[in-house]
Design a protein around this ligand. Structure first.
Ligand SMILES: Cc1cc2nc3c(=O)[nH]c(=O)nc-3n(C[C@H](O)[C@H](O)[C@H](O)COP(=O)(O)O)c2cc1C
Length: 162
């Protein structure tokens, strides 16, 4: 029996997810949004995917510029995640952020746990989303713990005692 979107969303909320900000550049235009639907796909060649809502304003910048940078957020970056998810802050998301440019030109979010700079190699239509596949051209990472999202709120890792 088919399930409706609300039931599917409620079920997906139970998946613990790492949170990232995906950024992109097309000419002088930069944009970015918070995502949790991203994954490594292949090691050779190094490929990543990001699922972008067709209604998102980041998607056309990724498509036009042919690049994106996945910035894995660290614990403590909840406010940045909220800012890059909020429509209220849509045109001021980068204000006050000293972003370096990745090789592709996409902004790298300061304090991120990792930044993976990708060149778009494929776009797959997938319902109300587009699966964007990119070849990872550069990657850098720092030490720290990831920001997690589970059941509608932010979480952090806790090491289990053995
Ligand atoms: C924790 C979290 C995860 C999200 N994951 C995604 C995602 O994987 N793909 C997506 O298209 N939107 C995702 N969103 C929603 C976008 O961040 C949100 O719709 C944003 O306003 C889109 O901005 P834009 O239209 O300027 O691109 C997520 C939001 C949050 C808070």
């Amino acid at each position: 029996m088919p399930i409706d979107a609300a039931h599917f969303r409620a079920t997906l909320r139970l998946r613990a997810a790492s949170v990232a900000i995906v950024t992109a550049r097309h000419g002088e235009r930069v944009h970015g949004m918070t995502v949790s639907d991203f994954a490594g796909v292949s090691l050779e060649p190094p490929l990543m995917l990001v699922c972008a809502d067709k209604k998102s304003n980041t998607l056309p910048v990724i498509e036009a510029g042919g690049n994106f940078c996945v910035n894995l957020l660290a614990t403590g970056q909840e406010a940045l995640s909220d800012r890059f998810a909020s429509k209220e802050h849509e045109w001021t998301r980068f204000e006050g952020l000293a972003c370096e440019r990745s090789e592709s030109g996409a902004p790298m979010i300061p304090g991120a746990l990792a930044s993976l700079d990708c060149r778009v190699v494929a776009l797959h239509d997938a319902g109300d989303h587009v699966i964007v596949v990119g070849r990872v051209e550069a990657a850098r990472h720092a030490f720290g713990e990831p920001l997690l999202h589970w059941n509608g709120s932010y979480r952090q890792l806790v090491e289990k005692a053995r």
